[in-house]
Structure formats: structure tokens, C-alpha cells
Design a protein around this ligand. Structure first.
Ligand SMILES: NC(=O)c1ccc[n+]([C@@H]2O[C@H](COP(=O)([O-])OP(=O)(O)OC[C@H]3O[C@@H](n4cnc5c(N)ncnc54)[C@H](O)[C@@H]3O)[C@@H](O)[C@H]2O)c1
Length: 283
């Protein structure tokens, strides 16, 4: 019997993080699922870390719910201390937690939107640095760190706060990869396509005609988790370390398909190469 992999997925009560946790759980991994509380406290958005962890376990892994506010460094330190005590190592860290205020996806110039859009610099940018900082002593050779990111790192997508946050985690992966290379730990930034998160699906459902084109190319929230699983197992993992990887393109290279058996297209052709502009905004 092989030892289960130890994974940490931050911000996994819903959205991309939840899907990634479930996909890793389905491979038998032990997945530490982090989020703030048992309720989001933000709106009617669903999901708790307990729900996600229970579903990870139902799928064949071991889900461990951890209440962690990624704005609080002491709570992040305590998370990794707990994992050190439980297992002594981390195999996969997915930096995904992000604060996305409701005004993020409204159209208009940044100065007409609330300043709280910059909250994602704390949870969404700095939080990736902090989690990796505390995970570093536990990451063993063969380990993998993934920052969840998007074409917003280069293209105009939701404006300069989102763009700067994504560009930052992309560069962070590049520079952390340099420091981790002697330790055979890979670090990448994963550009996911439009995902069928709870938030996105609600927008699709509210306006099916407007979003039918986008909906047809959207990825399930589990697709990035399947890609991360395959990347972690791939012998060429270190060759990709430090890079920004387009999920759909990496899936093609690694033979990964989405939950429906299809492979969503790369969004690169929609945005140009290099991507320069996107107006693919969910309002
Ligand atoms: N949704 C998409 O279509 C899409 C596409 C490409 C990339 N992404 C990226 O995926 C990541 C996740 O986006 P999402 O759409 O799933 O967002 P989301 O808002 O649905 O989920 C964010 C998660 O982070 C958690 N979180 C927020 N603040 C936290 C805090 N202080 N401490 C702990 N957890 C906290 C939330 O509870 C939630 O679980 C982001 O980096 C986003 O840029 C999303």
C-alpha cells in the first residue's frame, strides 16, 4: 500500500479550491482544506470547509477541515505546525484563497469601484507567500506548490487590482522556484480558464443567452485539481518549475480530461499571444 499524499488547499470552502480539493481527494490524498469559518459571512455564497472535507473523504481521500483566516499569519503558522505534528511533510500546496469583493466584476474604471478590491493583495497575493513560507520546511523532494492564477496576470481582466494580484503570484512562483530548486520542489502558477464555480454558474443561469458562448468553454472546478494531480506525478515536473502554465494546454500535454471526458480549450487564442485584453467579465 502506498502512503497517501499530503495536500493543502487554501480557500477550499467553495469555488476553485473546493474543486481542487475534491479532485485530489479522489486520488486518495489526505487533503487539508482551509477557510475561515463554517459560513462564508460574505453573502449567500454556499460552502464550508467541513462540507468540502466530508466530500473529499466520500470520494476516497481523507478530508481534514481547518479553520484558517489567511489574513492572519499566526493561524497559517498553526496550520502547518498541525500538519508537521500529524504527518511531518507536505507533498502538494495549492495557494488559492482569495478575497474577491462583490464589486470586482463590475465594469468601469478602478477609481469608481471601492478600494476594498485591494483586499486581494492581502488574501490572494501576500497569503500565497505566507503559506509557502510556513510550508517550506515540510516540502520534501518531489513536492509541488501551485498558485492558482489566470490570464488576468497579463490581460486586462477585472482591472488593475486583480491584474496586479495575479501578476504577483505568477512572479512569486518564478522566484520561489529558484530558491526551491536545490530542494527538488517545483513551484508553478496555473492559469485556469473560466471555471464553473457557484458564482459563475449563478451568473450563467441568470442570463443564459448572454453567457452561452462562455459557458460552453468553461472548465469544471475539478479540472485544475486533475491537472495538479497529473503534474505532481509527472517526471518532468521540475522542468516546468518557475513557469506560468495554461491549465488547458498542460492538460493536453499530460493527457488530462475534465469530468465530462472532454478537454476544455485554452483561452489563449481568445486573448492573443501574448494575451493583451479580455472583456470576458461576469457581472
Ligand atoms: N472563478 C474563475 O473562473 C477563475 C478563473 C481563473 C482563475 N481563478 C482563480 O481561482 C482562485 C479562486 O477563485 P474562485 O473564483 O474560486 O473564488 P471564490 O471567491 O469562489 O473562492 C475563494 C475561496 O477563498 C476563501 N477565502 C476568502 N478569504 C479568505 C480568508 N481570509 N481566509 C481563508 N480563506 C478565504 C473563500 O472562503 C473561498 O473558499 C482565485 O485566485 C482566482 O483568481 C478563478
Amino acid at each position: 500500500m502506498t502512503t497517501p499524499r499530503i495536500a493543502v488547499v487554501t480557500g477550499a470552502s467553495r469555488g476553485a479550491g473546493k474543486g481542487i480539493a475534491l479532485a485530489l481527494g479522489a486520488t486518495g490524498a489526505t487533503v487539508y482544506v482551509t477557510g475561515r469559518t463554517t459560513t462564508t459571512g460574505e453573502s449567500a455564497l454556499p460552502g464550508t470547509v467541513a462540507d468540502t472535507a466530508a466530500e473529499v473523504t466520500r470520494r476516497g481521500g481523507t478530508g481534514v477541515p481547518m479553520i484558517v483566516d489567511h489574513a492572519d499569519d499566526a493561524q497559517v503558522a498553526a496550520l502547518f505546525e498541525q500538519i508537521r505534528s500529524d504527518h511531518g511533510r507536505v507533498d502538494i500546496l495549492v495557494n488559492n484563497a482569495i478575497t474577491l469583493p462583490p464589486a470586482l466584476t463590475k465594469k468601469g474604471p478602478f477609481w469608481r469601484k471601492p478600494l476594498d478590491l485591494t483586499d486581494l493583495f492581502d488574501v490572494g497575493m501576500r497569503s500565497a507567500y505566507v503559506a509557502t513560507y510556513y510550508a517550506a520546511p515540510l516540502l520534501t523532494p518531489g513536492g509541488l506548490v501551485v498558485n492558482t492564477s489566470s490570464f488576468g496576470g497579463t490581460a486586462y481582466m477585472h482591472g488593475p487590482a486583480y491584474g496586479a494580484g495575479k501578476a504577483a503570484v505568477d512572479k512569486m512562483a518564478h522566484d520561489m522556484a529558484v530558491d526551491f530548486r536545490p530542494f527538488e520542489v517545483a513551484v508553478v502558477s496555473l492559469w485556469m480558464g473560466l471555471l464553473k464555480t457557484e458564482r459563475t454558474v449563478a451568473a450563467f443561469d441568470a442570463n443564459p443567452e448572454m453567457y452561452s458562448g462562455l459557458a460552453a468553454t468553461a472548465e469544471s472546478v475539478e479540472f485544475p485539481g486533475r491537472i495538479i494531480d497529473a503534474l505532481h506525478r509527472d517526471q518532468g515536473r521540475m522542468d516546468r518549475s518557475g513557469r506560468v502554465l495554461v491549465g488547458a494546454e498542460l492538460a493536453q500535454e499530460l493527457g488530462v480530461v475534465d469530468v465530462d471526458g472532454n478537454r476544455p480549450p485554452s483561452h489563449r487564442p481568445f486573448l492573443g499571444d501574448p494575451p493583451t485584453f479580455s472583456d470576458a467579465v461576469i457581472e
